[in-house]
Every structure is written in C-alpha cells, then in structure tokens.
Design a protein around this ligand. Structure first.
Ligand SMILES: NC(=O)c1ccc[n+]([C@@H]2O[C@H](COP(=O)([O-])OP(=O)(O)OC[C@H]3O[C@@H](n4cnc5c(N)ncnc54)[C@H](OP(=O)(O)O)[C@@H]3O)[C@@H](O)[C@H]2O)c1
Length: 336
C-alpha cells in the first residue's frame, strides 16, 4: 500500500561554519502520485557527501545553491512505488536525486534503473556509485598513473580516498595514504592494501613525514583536502609530478581560506595541477562500473561503508564528515 505522508528535511538557515541539524527543518506533506512521465520513489539509502556543505553555501560556483525552504538536495537509491512511465514499474530499484525525503515524485527522465547483477544497493551508492567513479576517473584518467609510480592520497580513509588507493595499487603503484588517526591508518595498511599511511594529526611536519614515506618523491598526489596538505605534497613532488584536485574539505567550511604558498616549486618540477569533475566522464560510467565490479569480484577492491539509520540523521551525518567521524562511504538508511 502506498503511504500518504512524505517526511522531508528542508533547508532552513545558511550556515557559516559546520552544518548540522539546526540548519534544516522537518516537514510532513502529502505524497503526490506520479503523473504521465513521472515516478514515485521510496527513498531507501541517501548518500551523504562533503559537496552538500558546498551546495548550501551562498555561492557554490559549479551548481546553483540550495535555496532556503527547498528540500535538501541529495543523491539516493530507492524503490519505485508507482509509475506513470512505461520504463518503470512498481518494485524497480532505481537511483536518482530524491533529496532528503522519504518519498519523491520525480521525472522519469531523472531516474535511472539499477542493474542488480552489477552490485547491491550499497554498492550502487559507493563502490560503483559516484564515489567509485570519482576515484576511477580521477586517478586513472586525470592522474594518468603508470605502474611503478608513487601515489600519495589525502583523505585516504574517506570514501573516495580508499578507492583511489586501492585502484592505484591494482595498477602496480606504490600507495601512501594520509588520514587522521592511528585507527584509520591501520585500516589503510592492514585491510585496504596501502603500502604506508601517515597520521597527519600526529605529525608536526607533514612535508617531512611525506618525505619519509615517499623517499623518491611523489609522482601523483590525489588531493581531497587542500590547504597546508597541498603545500606539503607539492614540496615532495617529483620531476613531472601531477596533482589531481578532487576536493578541498579542509577549506569547505572554514571562514578563512588558506593560500597555497609553494606553487613556485612547480616550475622546476614541471609539475601539473588539474581539477577533476566526475560528471565530465558520464559517457564512460558503464565501462568504469564493469571494471570496478570485476575487481571486486576478484577480491582486489572493496568499499568500506559507514551506514547510519534514519532520515533525521542526515544532517548529523553531514557534520560527521567534517569532524572525521566517518570511516568510509557515509550513507543514511531511510527505509528498506
Ligand atoms: N571532484 C569531483 O568530481 C568529486 C566527486 C566526489 C567527491 N569529491 C570530493 O572528494 C572529497 C572526498 O569526498 P568523500 O565523499 O570521499 O568524503 P570523505 O573523505 O569520506 O569524508 C570526509 C573526510 O575528510 C577528512 N577531513 C575532514 N575535515 C578535514 C580537514 N579539515 N583536514 C583534513 N581532512 C579532513 C576526514 O577524514 P580524516 O579523519 O582522515 O581527517 C573525513 O572523514 C570531498 O572533498 C568531495 O567534495 C569530488
């Protein structure tokens, strides 16, 4: 039976620092049945991403900001409950951008069917979802890694970072991760196949720690963090080294932006810095998903998931990302 109440969280106040539950408001509204060309989706899993903090800022830059009073934007997986489109039937598992709500009436053209043969719903949100795709294209296409190279990854225990390190390892690179805390570092080297890990919270001089763990220098730095971490990595780049700018979480919710100080080193090193936007590779998502799934099936690649329960935890989860409280891909289980 289709319920008649949609529970949702709307954006209520623009944060200046970290975002939390105080910036969202819970509402219950009637569910709207789908018209022609629409589907009604029950949200089961919601992806919680650092980019959400960017979307609720005044000027995100690459996407329009979420407006006060709008349902919070978000990617998720769910089940079709009713369909006004011949491509979907009740019971189909789909991915879309339902936002932070229990039920979403969406244009069928904005909804994509999941292939259950390729992975579970959790896989579709992490391993073969945006996280895995970002890692795959970021380190292979933008980082252009070659066997034998040394790859340094920041935010290495996070969702994207752990995938980047494993993929570089599969490509026969030496992989060093930077993460916060001994426990995360132990998981990187003990469970995820990183050759070394640096606990940046315990290192007084990060550049020296990178030099210690990457004695020949860094060929490719995959950066999720930005700020002084980027300085420390640039200081250790080898001749012809590459930097992939994937994220800059240390700067996302901070008032004062850090100015990278040693870009001049790139001249002598003939270094290259390049931004990555995963959606540039949309036409190749199928190829990447099959590669990743094959590596998973061969036991060479996995995604640690960090699942929290309840739609009311979405805003709590957003704050967790910025406090380093997640280990792996952060997901809210809404139903199912
Ligand atoms: N360019 C693209 O197309 C694209 C696509 C997807 C994601 N991204 C970006 O990729 C990055 C990683 O995303 P994700 O989903 O994998 O998130 P994530 O790394 O799982 O979660 C955030 C992690 O960042 C670290 N962190 C938080 N504040 C920090 C700070 N001040 N300094 C250093 N580290 C800090 C924490 O780990 P520690 O405990 O280790 O500090 C935390 O666990 C994000 O910046 C995201 O926006 C980009």
């Amino acid at each position: 039976m289709i319920p008649n109440a949609n529970r949702r969280y709307v954006f209520a106040a623009r944060p200046t620092g970290l975002a939390g539950p105080e910036h969202f408001r819970e509402e219950t509204v009637p569910i709207r049945m789908p018209g022609a060309g629409e589907v009604l989706m029950e949200t089961q899993l919601l992806s919680i991403d650092p980019a959400m903090r960017v979307w609720i800022s005044e000027n995100p830059g690459y996407v329009p900001p979420v407006q006060i009073g709008e349902t919070m934007r978000g990617f998720g997986i769910g089940k079709v409950l009713a369909s006004g489109d011949p491509r979907f039937a009740p019971g189909d598992m789909v991915q879309a951008r339902p936002g932070w709500q229990s039920h979403a009436t969406l244009l069928a053209s904005d909804v994509q069917a999941l292939d259950p043969a390729l992975g579970s719903p959790l896989d579709w949100i992490g391993l073969i979802g945006m996280t895995g795709l970002t890692a795959y294209f970021g380190i292979r296409a933008v980082g252009a890694i070659k066997p034998g190279e040394t790859v340094l990854v920041s935010g290495a225990a996070g969702a994207v970072g752990q995938m980047v390190g494993q993929i570089a390892g599969i490509e026969a690179c030496r992989v060093v991760g930077i993460a916060g805390g001994a426990e995360k570092c132990a998981i990187l080297t003990g469970e995820l196949g990183f050759h070394a890990a640096i606990d940046y919270k315990a290192e007084p001089d990060l550049a020296a720690a990178i030099a210690r763990e990457c004695p020949g220098g860094v060929d490719v730095f995959f950066d999720n963090v930005g700020g002084p971490t980027l300085d420390a990595a640039i200081a250790n780049l080898r001749l012809g080294g590459r930097v992939v700018i994937c994220g800059r979480i240390s700067q996302t919710a901070s008032g004062e932006l850090y100015g990278v100080k040693n870009l001049g080193l790139l001249i002598g090193k003939r270094g290259r810095i390049e931004g990555l936007l995963v959606t540039d590779f949309t036409a190749r998502f199928g190829e990447a998903r099959h590669w990743i799934a094959a590596q998973r099936d061969a036991g060479r690649l996995k995604q640690r998931m960090h699942v929290i329960d309840g739609l009311d935890q979405a805003a709590v989860g957003l704050g967790m990302l910025f406090k380093g409280e997640n280990m792996g891909k952060l997901v809210v289980r809404v139903a199912g």
